[in-house]
Design a protein around this ligand. Structure first.
Ligand code: MOS
Length: 697
């Protein structure tokens, strides 16, 4: 079909438009950061510290420099001096300090990847070793109560007399849960190709937001921002670990300056856990007090987590308990212990994913204690306003999600008694959990141009990390212009484009779409006055001051997850047979790519429940599971039947498209639904993830 004669219905927001770069990706022509054709390019390989804490006392690079093809070895003694980074995890090769195992202490640059790797193996590092402590306990003496948890949320909140009310509650649940460290492991590891020309720096890097990367590089290298170009045309996932620049981009730019060559640094996967962040382990204590009819009287959620010695990062896992249920007396607190561990960071639904695992598991325990249906228990505790803030919800359709999910899942057919369904050696059960994710939005700028041939060009430095951002932005533009979507081209993934916020916090589509919608709406108004001149007309929009405004409304997406599992009583293996999610997340703008995001989130939740998790090795001080053989992410065979549905919400208090974020909510509550199903199947409550056979047996 000719682009200009496509039916207007193809513009409809919500249509299952195929992603525009799909063919390039499946045919292998899409270029990622390490694949940029770049004449004269050299390769780099880092040298990670082999101690958990101490100082580098000497580095012998002679043997490395003697490896054929090795061009240079950068250390803290000879690396280019940069400004001090705001983010301490980027302070690489600045001094001799080793804050954790895996911290990079040298970088070898070679003509080939093989030369660089062989050179790295030949670098000899001497250390002054200090004692380290990497073991988190709920009573760790160094743990303190931070003023804020991540996201700017208060570290602690208390209403009424939660302890007194809990002590006198007629029904009580007092339980501990543990979520281990988790790793993002995007398909494309973190990678950068950097090149200098006449004092100007160009990097291709794998990031969730290149506007921010440009600002960081300009600051570190003392350049005006317009002398730095950051390109991220295709990004193979990030899940939060590419939400901020990582050492690869700093080291590649350093190495390129030091050698005068373009340099590619693609981090080997086994180095990722130490330098790109991880989901910090969380220890949860949940106390729920209730009336016999299920109404909560007291809700106490206390979280203990770790951070590194160089940066405070507080996984905000007690925050969802401030949003979910009406409990007149409550306390939600965080404590954090700085340990000699790698610095934790963002991982899909930071805070909500572990927090809702604990809260939604405890709600299931309360339902069992009460002899009440767990769907009904949640409905009984539906709040009129947001419990912590007292703000009205802009929209909240959790009850509808629970009811619709129950209907689709045939929940009414379920025998509520635990261990009531056996198939030979298998015990079969089902479980439910709620989901929640806040609505976040950030200011962005966009340009929309009308060309004389009747086509349109939308430019914005959005980042497509695999979500289909180009496609949905074209839909938003086409909708605002009232033209077929095929007439709209989108350019994203370059810091030369109008500045935009990052693909994080499930805020990308809302933030970028708001700016695109505004630019296109104003462009349509201009075009109503007459056709564009030969050079076209361009309109720019900037949502600063509006897209970041505090709302008088509590704005969140909600959902419900249902799971059916079969637990093998001989092997201890748990298989998920069925996962079903129903979401209320505003208007869904592209049903095809949205479904993919929901299903992806649920799949990650399945991994969190059953197979993902890593161990901080007390002796060595880092993670034992550092590659995809030891850290098992779900594969197709692990996910037999998975469905995502939604209730379309009409919420006018969000953004011009009426959308909420959808990238993260799929992982929230999924692990609890699976854990609750395992309890229903077996009658045994497991409170530590993942539910591997050794724990189940
Ligand atoms: Mo997400 S963890 O905000 O990229």
């Amino acid at each position: 079909m000719d682009a200009t004669t496509a039916p207007a219905s193809a513009t409809a927001l919500g249509a299952p438009v195929e992603r525009r770069e799909g063919r390039e990706k499946v045919t292998g022509t899409a270029r990622y950061a390490a694949e940029q054709p770049c004449p004269g390019r050299a390769h780099a390989w880092p040298v990670p510290a082999s101690i958990a804490r101490g100082r580098v006392t000497g580095i012998d690079t002679a043997a490395a420099l003697a490896v054929p093809g090795v061009l240079a070895v950068l250390t803290h003694q000879n690396a280019p001096r940069l400004a001090e980074p705001e983010d301490p995890t980027l302070g690489v090769l600045r001094d001799s300090r080793v804050p954790h195992r895996g911290w990079f202490v040298a970088l070898v640059v070679g003509e080939t990847l093989e030369a660089a790797r062989a050179g790295a193996a030949a670098v000899r590092v001497d250390y002054a070793v200090e004692d380290h402590d990497v073991t988190l306990t709920a009573t760790h003496p160094d743990a303190y109560a931070p003023e804020q948890a991540n996201g700017g949320y208060p570290g602690s909140r208390e209403h009424g007399d939660p302890d007194g009310v809990f002590a006198s509650a007629e029904v009580r649940v007092d339980v501990d849960y543990r979520v281990p460290p988790l790793h993002n492991h995007p398909m494309e590891p973190h990678a950068t190709t950097a090149e200098w020309h006449d004092g100007r720096l160009t990097v291709h890097t794998s990031t969730q937001g290149s506007t921010a990367v440009r600002a960081v590089l300009a600051g570190l290298f003392g350049l005006p921002e317009e002398h730095v170009t950051v390109l991220a045309e295709h990004v193979g996932g990030g899940f939060g670990s590419k939400g901020t620049p990582r050492p690869d981009v700093v080291l590649a730019a350093m190495a390129a300056r030091h050698t005068g060559r373009p340099v590619t640094l693609a981090l080997p996967r086994r180095f990722l856990p130490a330098v790109v962040g991880h989901r910090a382990p969380t220890l949860h204590r949940l106390r729920l007090g209730a009336h016999p009819d299920g109404r909560l009287t007291s809700l106490i959620h206390e979280v203990t987590t770790h951070t590194s010695r160089i940066k405070e990062f507080v996984e905000q896992a007690a925050v969802p308990a401030r949003v979910m249920y009406a409990a007149p007396d409550s306390r939600t607190t965080h404590r954090v212990a700085p340990l000699d561990v790698p610095t934790p960071s963002w991982m899909r639904a930071p805070g909500e994913a572990p927090g809702m695992y604990a809260l939604e598991s405890a709600m299931d325990e309360l339902a069992a204690e009460l002899g009440m249906d767990p769907v009904e228990l949640r409905i009984v505790n539906e709040p009129g306003t947001e419990p912590d803030s007292g703000k009205p919800f802009s929209s909240r359709h959790l009850v509808e999600c629970l009811r619709e999910g129950a209907r689709r899942f045939d929940w009414a057919e379920r025998d509520p008694r635990p261990r009531s369904r056996a198939e030979g050696p298998l015990l079969v059960g089902s479980g439910v959990a709620a989901a929640m994710y806040p609505v976040l939005v950030q200011p962005s700028t966009a340009a929309a141009r009308a060309l004389p041939d009747g086509t349109y060009l939308v430019r914005i430095n959005a980042t497509d990390i695999g979500t289909g951002a180009r496609t949905v932005l074209a839909q938003i533009a086409a909708d605002a212009l009232a033209v077929p979507v095929a007439r709209v081209r989108t350019e994203v993934g370059s810091s030369e484009l109008p500045a935009a916020s990052l693909a994080g916090g499930s805020s990308g589509t809302a933030s970028w779409g708001w700016a695109v919608h505004e630019a296109c709406t104003r462009l349509a108004e201009r075009l109503a006055e007459g056709p564009p001149p030969a050079e076209g007309i361009e309109v720019r929009a900037d949502t600063a001051g509006r897209a970041d405004a505090d709302s008088p409304f509590a704005r969140h997406a909600f959902g419900a997850h249902f799971a059916e599992v079969a637990v093998d009583t001989v092997t201890g293996e748990t298989r998920v047979r069925r996962l079903l999610g129903v979401y209320a997340a505003g208007h869904i703008l592209n049903s095809r790519t949205a479904r993919s995001q929901f299903v992806g989130g649920m799949t990650m939740g399945l991994g969190m429940a059953l197979t993902e998790g890593s161990t901080v090795d007390a002796a060595f001080g880092d993670f034992a599971e550092a590659d995809l053989a030891a850290y098992h992410v779900p594969t197709h065979a692990d996910v037999p039947d998975i469905e995502a549905h939604w209730i379309d919400e009409d919420d006018t208090r969000l953004n011009p498209m009426g959308s909420k974020g959808i990238g993260e909510i799929g992982i929230v509550g999924t692990a609890a639904a699976i854990g609750n199903a395992v309890f229903h199947a077996t009658g045994v409550r497991l409170r530590e993830l993942p539910l591997t056979p050794d724990r189940v047996l």
